[in-house]
Design a binder for this molecule. Sequence first.
Ligand code: GLV
Ligand code: MN
Ligand code: MN
Length: 425
Amino acid sequence: MAATALTSEISISRTRLLQRIEELGALGSTGDGGCCRLALTDEDRAGRDLLVTWMHDLGLEVDIDAIGNITGTWQVGTGTPVMTGSHIDTVRTGGLYDGNLGVIAGLEVIETLMGNGLTPPRPLAVAAFTNEEGARFQPDMLGSLVYVGGLDLETALDTSAIDGARLGDELARIEYQGSTPVPASPPHAFVELHIEQGPVLEQRDVRIGAVTGVQGISWQEVTIHGQSNHAGTTPMSLRHDPAYVAAEITVFLRRLADELGGHQVCTVGKIDIFPNLVNVVPARVVMTLDVRNTDEQTLQIAEQRINVFLDEVSRDEGVRIERRTLARFKPVVFCDDVIDIVERVSGDLGTTTMRLPSGAGHDAQMLARICPTAMIFTPSAKGISHNPAEFTSADDLVLGANVLLHTMWELAHRDHFDFTPGSGV
Ligand code: GLV
Ligand code: MN
Ligand code: MN
């Protein structure tokens, strides 16, 4: 029976939501409950094909843009669309929910409104952005960055993968280089549902997070060139050992984060050592530094301290260090009007809610440059993510999707927001 208003009794389909999460997660399954669907691989293509099929089944207008972002739009009403979405690429050791939840829940919102005969006054769109994770190509959030005009298309297409492939070639190979031009025109508003990927909601026993912004991200690749030599014959005093320097840098980052405290986090997530043999002082180490903070000034202090340390340690050990920036994004503040709506609809649905910043990067932080934007978080069990053990309960997934449903409905009915493009970045 057709309804005339979106009431709290109307819910997205639990069965369909959970089935789709399983179905998408099976593409690239790692056999341990996890998923490996690195951007623009054959697994990513299979995931994209499934998503496009779901969009077509729903009667959405499907657009693929020049950087491979997929958008399905329900062309109803007038004006610019209210958009949701996230990503379906994963890290190599991904779970089932990171990114995928936001895209699948977007489909649920549209299907639920259609099924209840509810038509919003403006179009609704759901997007899956290319290479959000940045695990294969850097920077992360690359598709949404190009979407908002923060990176030009040619530079993005020329990006090299960690396996040496060129992004543009991979996009063409999997047949997802579309013709819709980038940058796109701004949506009316954007809201992304995502798992928290951290422990805060679970620890506070709160079921919905109204996300206030995203912390700044500084990624760099550090290459340490030393002197390769025989491990048995080279006296310690004569060594120029890049493995030793890599270890010093790793320890320094940990101590720096402890010392700065607050929201400061530092990670060495990737170390490649050459030639990687038991009896050879290595010639070279290539490592990545991931440094984040909600406060731009403190993030800059962390970067400066790291630079000074790299100079000191390379001088002391007689090695040469090269640095390459992989990603640098300032902290982002989301639009208060959209955060308020997330909080209010969560309250109307009778759930607990709190405001919190995001520790992870998200496509929403790019959309925040061009339109009123916020995010909805659901709890992550034990705060674990980027790991096959990533888990959010079915009840929380459904609740998150229902908060998304009501938020998009409200956004579609609201004409004006207190928002200036670029204000939150
Ligand atoms: C993206 O998932 C990131 O925050 O690294
Ligand atoms: Mn994500
Ligand atoms: Mn992720």
